[in-house]
Design a protein around this ligand. Structure first.
Ligand SMILES: [Zn+2]
Length: 222
């Protein structure tokens, strides 16, 4: 609920902060308490790194506990409000760094994991990030051809072999269009790299990556 009615309910029913689990109310920010919001304000630098020759922009370091908890709340605890928070964070990247004529391609889940979880968190964040903008989010471009172990449970070497050649592309890509591979988090870069290889093999020539968080990256000047 939004508007005055929603505000009234916020007043009556405090919310639990996604970042620290604290209960708060009385006109605070919607999903984060003021302390956690302070740790994720827009003045923090955007990060950039290169994965397989693709520039990947990330909004925050994954070592930021507020960010990690918010991403995990969406991914593992089915707290959908977290997609709005994450979407708000990455929308700045789309505004500032991603050119026109862009198609966003969320990293897909395998069909069995999609039916297990019921949604693709990367897709939900993309949709929240692009609300009100004419940037298409395409979920039928990349396909995950086999189920893989959770990357979070593996070391770097195993991550590479875990996702090697698991993505393919439906049809062909337009060499004039920018393809933005979107994921919630980039760690070793194995998933992002494999998606980029699949897109290139299908003819894409302009590829970027965008994530909410990254384990590392160079600071981009604000
Ligand atoms: Zn908090």
């Amino acid at each position: 609920m939004s508007g005055l009615g929603g505000k009234f309910l916020d007043y009556l029913y405090p919310k639990q902060c996604l970042g620290c689990d604290l209960w708060f109310s009385f006109g605070g920010p919607k999903f984060l308490c003021s302390v956690c919001e302070g740790l994720t304000i827009n003045t923090q630098p955007i990060l950039r790194r290169s994965v397989e020759g693709v520039i990947v922009y990330s909004r925050f370091l994954y070592s930021n506990q507020v960010v990690a908890k918010t991403v995990q709340a969406l991914k593992y605890e089915h707290i959908f409000d977290a997609s709005e928070v994450c979407g708000g964070w990455v929308s700045q990247i789309f505004e500032r760094f991603i050119p026109e004529e862009t198609v966003i391609v969320p990293v897909p889940l395998h069909v069995s994991r999609l039916s297990e979880r019921g949604y693709n968190q990367a897709e939900l964040i993309c949709l929240a990030a692009t609300q009100g903008r004419a940037i298409p989010v395409k979920t039928d471009v990349l396909v995950r051809t086999r189920k893989t172990e959770y990357q979070a449970l593996l070391n770097e070497e195993s991550r590479r072999t875990n996702v090697a050649n698991v993505f393919s592309v439906n049809g062909v890509c337009d060499p004039c269009v920018n393809y933005v591979i979107f994921d919630d988090v980039v760690t070793s870069g194995s998933t992002m790299g494999d998606c980029a290889r699949a897109l290139r093999a299908a003819g894409a020539q302009k590829i970027f990556g965008v994530t909410v968080a990254s384990t590392h990256g160079d600071v981009v000047a604000l």
